[in-house]
Design a protein around this ligand. Structure first.
Ligand code: URA
Length: 240
């Protein structure tokens, strides 16, 4: 790729600012000063330094966020704060977007990336990526509900869901459950409980595919995925 593109993509300023840095002789490629922004570099093989500091080029960003309530899973909104507004400038520079949506009042695991192919695969209905939610339910959740979810339930629009795995943690007037589903229909968890006459009053996503919410992340906090987490996701990353 072009040297000036690499530098501006990595966050060292606009094309114009990068041009000035190059002109000043601040950039070296494999030890040689290069002043021409059009020079071709291989980000994986060439050593590029700026004022002696090695530049690590990365194209993609992968963030795990513990989404808080009252924030939208969107990239922009005229009225409400979005999950992108919670990111620092350096992360925003990569133009990440949320992989799928959590409702405004849902908390928990959200993956943000600019890797469109990965996002596409994780959201593809064909891949049936499991998502596990923890919820508080107004009403006594019973084993009968678990049997119904395991068979599939009919939502308000007539859609018959794929099987969901319901684990009852506590069955009481306000029950505590975990539900794993492999689809992502609009308000799916809330509508599945409506289908059995119950109401979700608190919802948090715990996991998506091989990734689990890092409980060290406070609400609104985020971090880059670890190498282990990225490796676990590689089944959803198509080879070129
Ligand atoms: N199901 C819901 O009802 N809401 C969410 O935010 C996610 C799944």
């Amino acid at each position: 790729m072009r040297l000036d593109k690499l530098l501006s993509n990595t966050g060292f300023g606009s094309r114009k600012e990068v041009k000035q840095l190059l002109k000043k002789g601040a950039v070296r490629v494999n030890g040689e000063t290069v002043k021409d922004g059009a020079a071709h570099v291989d980000p994986n093989a060439d050593e590029v330094t700026l004022l002696g500091e090695r530049i690590i080029y990365k194209e993609f960003i992968y963030l795990m966020m513990n989404k808080p309530q009252n924030v939208l899973s969107a990239t922009e909104d005229l009225r409400d704060r979005t999950v992108i507004d919670l990111l620092d400038g350096e992360s925003q520079h990569f133009k990440p977007f949320p992989v799928g949506r959590l409702d405004k009042d849902t908390e928990g695991f959200l993956l943000l990336t600019n890797d469109g192919k990965l996002a596409h695969n994780l959201l593809s209905p064909k891949k049936e990526v499991p998502k596990t939610y923890y919820a508080h339910i107004a009403g006594v959740v019973t084993e009968e509900d678990a049997v119904q979810f395991a068979e599939g339930v009919t939502l308000d629009d007539g859609y018959f869901t794929k099987p969901g795995q319901l684990k009852i943690i506590q069955s009481a007037s306000v029950s505590e459950i975990e539900l794993t589903i492999t689809e992502g229909k609009f308000h799916q968890v809330k509508r599945m409980f409506e289908a059995v006459g119950k109401k979700v009053i608190y919802l948090k996503r715990l996991s998506m595919g091989p990734l689990q919410l890092d409980e060290q992340l406070s609400l609104g906090a985020y971090r880059e995925l670890t190498n282990e987490e990225l490796a676990a996701l590689s089944v959803y990353m198509p080879k070129e």
